[in-house]
Design a protein. Structure first.
Ligand code: SAH
Ligand code: SF4
Ligand code: F3S
Length: 480
């Protein structure tokens, strides 16, 4: 048995938000110790990332740190000396996937006992899950959390040299660490965090506990990253935060997100998108800016969660259906050809048939281009987990199916209007369906699989749509 060194997560501390006005976020730069520099000589790494785009961006920094330590990238876990699971805790199903995957790879540890298994991300911030992981998979060498990503090189060094099992998870409100190395996963576009954490505490959601308080990056740091991406030839930036509309509140900016977005638009980068825009904290100025700037894409991911005011109130979302629709209507009016996607939770505790029908009506009104729909999943420690829930799993699943069917029909109808149109697509790489074709997104965020007679990777090309499906379009590039 290995020696153990544990600092476990603590839900009570994770929940804490300091009310003190002078509780300013601590900003500092990443530095790596010289010893860690040589740790990866002649060794390979494999990082598997789950969850949201913010986690994908974390994965890019984790890969960046590993390469700074001298590790090289392995295409498959079987060839790696360090295997890192960068996890998501949003629903139980997401966690179960990770737990199963670690189990599937257990044999690697038997074959090569020096292989390091490490785990980080949102699952690491949950005490019960860390305990479950340690019990089911004692072969895990290192667990660290979302607040001490920057400690990864030092932690890995300790685990490799001292041969101990280490858990180091901070449960603080969080700080902002800049200048982390990054290995970008895409050459066409780049993800840029604009803020971390979440203070909304929607009653079903684990994120405010796993990611800490809302804290904005400084505008200059964000703009430097955008300019870097532009100089590297990337055509698109995706600005990320759990609730981007709250950007700058903690920096005492009045209209922070609109100001930031205007500055990002001024850099001249060709395409800008942002996730996630919460209906709370909305400023009309944002809609006006979207209407005015050509490089801000006419697309909005606008999560509604439910079409029933009663359910929204119990979710503590902080808006009504009427408010949501008024924002939606204003955007449709002001931003030409804007498209919308959303998130919907089905089967929230106490959701009646009438509540669900209200969600169906809202979907009818908003005619979403796509929606991410989820069965409610109880998260330990969140208020909704202790709300009475009498609806059977069968009823919930039937509702989800009904909703998905309607969403698919709406999306298919909307996509039909693209037939024979010519759209601008940023080519991101080979199509997942057919590797002789390319794939990319239109300005209004439609996924297009298309053929092209030259290698158009990272280019924005004119594609004529030849076939439409519910959630994708097919086409061919017009010859130059
Ligand atoms: N910050 C974003 C959402 C991030 S989580 C926002 O507020 O819009 C992404 C989506 O996961 C949520 O919009 C919600 O639809 C879903 N989700 C979050 N917690 C969930 C839970 N406990 N069960 C089911 N779905 C959940
Ligand atoms: Fe979760 Fe709500 Fe925060 Fe989104 S806004 S991350 S749903 S608590
Ligand atoms: Fe998942 Fe954490 Fe993102 S729970 S969705 S990885 S913030």
């Amino acid at each position: 048995m290995k020696n153990k060194d544990y600092l476990m997560p603590d839900l009570k501390l994770e929940k804490k938000r300091s009310l003190k006005k002078d509780n300013a976020t601590n900003y500092r730069d990443f530095q790596m110790s010289l010893e860690a520099n040589r740790l990866g000589q002649d060794k390979k790494y494999f990082v598997k990332t789950y969850g949201c785009q913010a986690n994908v961006r974390d994965g890019e920094s984790l890969s960046g740190m590993l390469e700074m330590m001298g590790f090289t990238y392995a295409e498959v876990p079987e060839k790696a000396n360090v295997i890192l699971f960068n996890t998501c805790a949003i629903r139980r199903a997401a966690e179960e996937k990770v737990i199963a995957e670690i189990g599937n790879l257990k044999y690697l540890k038997r074959e090569k006992p020096d292989t390091i298994f490490a785990l980080c991300g949102c699952m690491a911030q949950e005490k019960d899950v860390v305990e479950e992981l340690l019990q089911k998979h004692p072969q895990i060498d290192l667990i660290f959390g979302t607040h001490n990503l920057y400690r990864f090189p030092s932690l890995l060094q300790e685990v490799m040299l001292k041969k101990i099992q280490k858990v180091e998870v901070y449960s603080q409100e969080g700080e902002v660490v800049e200048a982390l190395p990054v290995k970008r996963s895409m050459s066409a576009k780049g993800f840029v965090n604009i803020m971390y954490g979440c203070d909304k505490f929607c009653t079903y959601c684990i994120v405010p506990y796993t990611r800490g308080k809302e804290r904005s990056r400084r505008m200059k740091d964000i703009l430097d990253e955008v300019l870097d991406l532009k100089q590297s030839g990337r055509k698109e930036v995706v600005l990320l935060g759990q609730n981007v509309n709250a950007y700058g509140k903690d920096l005492h900016m009045e209209d922070g997100f609109t100001d930031l977005l205007r500055a990002v638009s001024d850099t001249g980068i060709e395409r800008i998108r942002f996730y996630t825009s919460h209906p709370r904290d909305y400023h009309s100025s944002l809609i006006d800016l979207m209407a005015e700037r050509k490089n801000i894409m006419p697309f909005l991911h606008f999560p509604v969660q439910s079409g029933s005011n009663d359910v929204l109130r119990r979710m503590a979302r902080g808006y009504t259906v009427e408010h949501y629709i008024s924002l939606y209507n204003e955007m449709i009016q002001k931003v030409p050809n804007i498209t919308f996607t959303t998130d919907i939770i089905v089967g929230f505790p106490g959701e009646s048939e009438a509540d669900f029908e209200k969600t169906m009506s809202l979907v009818e009104h908003c005619q979403y281009d796509m929606a991410y729909t989820f069965l409610y999943s109880a998260r330990l420690g969140t208020p909704a987990a202790s709300m009475p829930d009498f609806i059977s799993k069968e009823v919930k699943k039937e509702r989800l199916q009904r909703l998905n069917q309607r969403l698919r029909d709406i999306a298919a109808e909307k996509n039909k209007t693209y037939l024979h149109k010519v759209v601008k697509v940023l080519c991101e790489g080979a199509s997942k369906k057919n590797n002789e074709m390319y794939a990319g997104y239109t300005e209004d965020n439609k996924l297009v699989n298309f053929s092209c007679s030259w290698n158009c990777l990272d280019e924005i090309v004119d594609v004529e749509i030849t076939e439409t499906h519910s959630y994708t379009l097919n086409g061919r590039v017009l010859e130059k």
